[in-house]
Write a protein that binds this ligand. Structure first.
Ligand code: DOR
Ligand code: ZN
Length: 384
């Protein structure tokens, strides 16, 4: 049997395709094949490359590299880590051709992979300039001070310092909430369109909801790993479950699904962040790099839920998820298309067989890194 539905080719507005600088983890070509296979036709790539995408020259280089990729439309966020970068961003935005490839700027409130954390003065200037340029500012919201305090407290206690699940305690929910509150404060002062990346907490969601109610232009995205995995998965996944922001409890996860249902969440995007298995198997699990791949598995995971199932083999579906195929179109096409002014056409369709049931295997996906945190999960929906 087969049941074929049509959806617009999806948009994933948060990926790390690693080129240039980390081609041993992934390349634009390898990950575009994965994206296409997973029904994703447009992606927005992050600036934590080597060199970082913080100059017009580095941006132009990424655009040139992307010209060899025919099937997937790759856009590039510009990173803002210093006043010089902000000057470069202004230059970029005055170039009509390059501007078309840039959906907005990206700031990190704390360091993550790539060490692009910015200090408060730079962050504030970034909000001001993005408002003047009328372009969205995407923020990785974790508070540097709270993370440092949590990290130091746990490191000095007598907990097992090899236990990867401590990663979630070292980057606590309060850290995300504080950074989101600060970001919303800046957005309010300057009138910036703030987009919060990979929101992972109930507290954060509440702040976004309040901001929307007071008519601020604040949008947010959640990632599949926070929708499907929790701290309980560290036991099986080890460092394959390590990312920033980290895995949270089931109650935070349930709040994210409620945020999807009530419209507070604008987008689902993957934060596709591949690292090699060798890198993940670091001697000390807490030093393993953060990030998980996800661009190829987003659609089947979501289709499984939209069709009444739950893909996680060891946890249960929440009873009140009212999630449908139309929500996938809203969260993974319409909203990101609008927020980042991407101009993607809904005429470019994918055909999906929603009767096709299959088992996710890292070795059969197209990622260069060859693994997935959803190994052996049973899902529905094959792009044909
Ligand atoms: O887990 C993460 N991985 N979070 C980030 O902020 C960056 C990303 C990466 O590039 O590996
Ligand atoms: Zn990211």
């Amino acid at each position: 049997m087969s049941n074929i539905i049509q959806l617009p080719g999806l948009i994933d507005c948060h990926v790390h395709f690693r080129e240039p600088g980390f081609e041993h983890k992934a390349t634009m070509e390898s990950e575009s094949v994965a994206a296409k296979t997973g029904g994703v036709f447009t992606v927005c790539d992050m600036p934590n490359n080597s060199p970082m995408t913080i100059t017009v020259e580095a941006f132009r280089d990424k655009v040139r590299r992307s010209e060899k990729v025919k099937d997937v439309d790759i856009r590039f966020f510009f990173g803002l880590t210093s006043s010089e970068d902000i000057g470069e961003f202004k230059k970029l935005m005055s170039d009509e051709e390059l501007k078309k490839k840039c959906p907005g700027a990206k700031v990190f409130f704390d360091h993550s992979t790539g060490d692009m954390g910015a200090d408060k003065e730079v962050l504030e200037e970034a909000f001001k300039v993005c408002a003047e340029l009328n372009t969205p500012l995407v923020a990785h919201c974790e508070d540097a001070q709270i993370n440092k305090e949590a990290h130091d407290m746990i490191s000095s206690s007598d907990s097992d310092t090899q236990d990867v699940s401590l990663h979630s305690l070292m980057r606590p929910c309060a850290s995300e909430a504080k950074a989101i509150a600060d970001a919303i404060g800046f957005a309010k002062t300057y009138g910036t369109h703030l987009h919060i990346a990979h929101l992972s907490t109930e507290l954060g969601l509440k702040l976004v909801k309040d901001a929307k109610e007071s008519e601020l232009t604040v949008t947010c995205e959640v990632a599949p790993h926070h929708l499907f995995l929790t701290v309980d998965d560290y036991e099986k996944l080890g460092t394959l479950g390590k990312m920033n922001p980290p895995l949270r409890t089931a109650s935070e996860q349930q709040a994210l699904w409620s945020g999807i249902a009530d419209g507070t969440v604008d987008c689902i995007s993957t934060d596709h962040a591949p690292h090699t298995l060798d890198e993940k198997n670091a001697d000390n699990p807490l030093s393993a790099p953060s990030g998980v791949p996800g661009v190829e598995t987003m659609l089947p995971l979501l289709l499984t839920v939209a069709n009444g199932g739950w893909p996680h083999p060891d946890s249960d579906r929440f009873s009140d998820i009212g999630f449908r195929n139309s929500d996938i179109v809203r969260l993974c096409f319409e909203n990101p298309n609008k927020i980042f002014n991407l101009g993607a056409s809904d005429e470019l369709k994918i055909k999906v067989d929603t009767d096709a049931e299959w088992v996710i295997k890292g070795s059969e996906l197209h990622y260069k890194c060859g693994w997935t945190p959803y190994e052996n999960w049973r899902v529905i929906g094959k792009v044909i």
